[in-house]
Design a protein around this ligand. Structure first.
Ligand code: FES
Length: 145
């Protein structure tokens, strides 16, 4: 009797149901057994991302050379805009309306999502999620806190 109770407690549900003649398609894996990839940019035990450091000397960022220049940096889901010689702002490129990330235009003060033409200020007090940045010696560091 003890063995049967112990078996029912430790066996996964599909095995128990199958032993009772009930068929079910479900894996016996637990979360601990899962081998899903982890996001290496996340700190262990935290959902916060590590700061992102970008060397703007790379030609990938040539759009940010001039004040008013901007870039939808889709690799990291960021809208980057050069506000002044000393400041580059970084926003999450997720549109507050329906979450699209890939159809942005910029007019020098507002980003407009081309899906439904909603506009969002380049201010860090607007609707777009703004991240803290530091910019020194052409190195941009973005904090995701
Ligand atoms: S998804 Fe951006 S305006 Fe609708």
């Amino acid at each position: 009797m003890g063995n049967r109770r112990s078996f029912l407690k430790t066996a996964c549900k599909p095995i128990v149901l199958a032993s009772l003649g009930i068929s079910i398609l479900e894996a016996c894996a637990t979360e601990e057994m899962s081998d899903s990839p982890t996001n290496s940019s996340l700190s262990p035990g935290s959902d916060k991302k590590e700061p992102l450091v970008i060397n703007l000397n790379s030609s990938l960022f040539s759009d940010l050379t001039e004040v008013g220049g901007w870039l939808n940096y889709t690799k990291h889901d960021l809208l980057l805009v050069r506000i002044s010689d000393e400041e580059i702002r970084a926003f999450d490129n997720r549109c507050p309306h329906q979450g699209n990330r890939d159809q942005w235009e910029y007019d020098g003060s507002n980003f407009t999502c081309q899906y439904h033409f909603n506009s969002y200020s380049n201010s860090c007090t607007g609707s777009l999620t703004c991240y803290q940045t530091t910019f020194e010696d052409n190195i941009l560091t973005i904090s995701f806190e």
